[in-house]
Design a protein around this ligand. Structure first.
Ligand code: ADP
Ligand code: MG
Length: 350
């Protein structure tokens, strides 16, 4: 676990604010010279997008959104970028630039910030993103990171939450529920560690779940895939809070209802076996878990042929008239009204 208080490490005060910013940002190279006219190094960045510009911000606060006793700093930097890019992809747009603002207390060292920036750099390289600015300041307590992402899309390609129509198909990417279970595993290990700091847990059997929690991947590929398939989603959202609340967001914005089929929800086999181990209902976990950063969207029935064979996409239901409401159709074929946090609450101990 993390110890960033060793004497051998460099105090933030040794570099000073300007030295620190230079140190952390010196290696960023511009990847989109056509749209990033000026990146880090002036009072403001200068951007020139060919199409519409999309802007989104997420704020991550230590103790609220992450726990450094099981979140390595490099992963935190990576995940902070992913949660923002995910919001851009959820508009069916391409992410191009980010700004990064960090506040931290003097318990953090230069080496700790280097780790966070190693994660940010890795994410920016893999997802082809320019880091164009930010702010660096001290905080009285803990670490806070706020990232803003800029994206670009043709106006006609942008997918909002409010375009779903009755009879549209409801589609989800990838599989869901794993990130929530990954968090449960990490919390369990933290408790074990508190009691016995010498324990050497073997978590390899849970690698997939833990990676989904600590190193989520935003679905950059999905807007690209949909373009290739010539499918324009009628509505779209990313799954940050759990399938049920995202479905409800689309329904509310679009003024429609929905039927979600329990037996269609895509679950990894490891999610099913771990739910059995933890005595959790896998449907409840999928509905309420969150942090999967998959995309949820609706398409016209006419587009079904174009997506049906795709291994990344699963049709999990369809939209209905608003007055019919939002329901889960269970494996036993009963119709259960859906609530904001699913139809049954996952045990929450935060
Ligand atoms: P100002 O005082 O004008 O706000 P700063 O000294 O805070 O400028 O920042 C100098 C440059 O470094 C600016 O381009 C700013 O966007 C960038 N910058 C500052 N902090 C960060 C950071 N944490 N990550 C990336 N860029 C940063
Ligand atoms: Mg500043």
């Amino acid at each position: 676990m993390f110890d960033n208080t060793e004497d051998s490490k460099t105090k933030l005060s040794e570099l000073g604010e300007f030295g620190l910013i230079d140190h952390l940002t010196q290696h960023f190279k511009i990847k989109h010279p056509d749209s990033t006219l000026k990146g880090i190094g002036d009072d403001a960045a200068v951007i020139d997008h060919q199409h519409k510009t999309l802007v989104t911000t997420d704020f991550l606060v230590e103790g609220v959104h992450f726990d450094l006793s099981y979140m390595p700093l490099k992963h935190l930097g990576y995940k902070a970028v992913m949660v923002n890019l995910s919001d851009v992809y959820a508009m069916n747009a391409e992410a191009k630039q980010i700004t990064v603002s960090i506040a931290c207390s003097n318990r953090f060292t230069v080496e700790a910030l280097e780790e966070i920036y190693a994660g940010i750099t890795k994410a920016a390289d893999l997802y082809n993103i320019d880091v164009i600015g930010g702010d660096t300041t001290s905080s009285v307590k803990g670490l806070q990171i706020s990232i803003t992402a800029l994206g670009e899309a043709k106006e006609e390609d942008i997918a909002y939450r409010n375009g779903a129509k009755p009879n549209d198909l409801l589609v989800v990417t990838g599989d869901i529920g794993a990130a929530y279970l990954g968090l449960q595993i990490l919390k369990r290990e933290k408790e074990v560690f508190k009691v016995n700091p010498n324990s050497q847990p073997d978590l390899t059997e849970y690698t997939y779940l833990i990676e989904r929690q600590l190193k989520p991947e935003a679905r950059k590929d999905i807007p690209e895939l949909l373009k290739k398939l010539e499918v324009k989603p009628t509505s779209m959202i990313d799954i940050s809070d759990g399938l049920s609340s995202e479905i409800m967001h689309i329904c509310k914005s679009s003024k429609v209802g929905a039927n979600l089929y329990e037996d269609k929800i895509p679950l990894d086999p490891k999610v099913i076996s771990t739910c059995e181990e933890f005595n959790l209902d896998s449907t409840t976990v999928a509905l309420n878990g969150g942090e999967d950063y998959e995309l949820l969207f609706t398409i016209s029935q006419n587009d079904y042929e174009k997506i049906k064979a795709n291994p990344h996409l699963t049709v999990i239901g369809h939209m209905v008239e608003e007055k019919e409401g939002i329901h889960l159709i269970s494996r036993m074929n009963t119709k259960i009204p859906m609530q904001a946090r699913g139809w049954n609450t996952v045990d929450e101990d935060e």
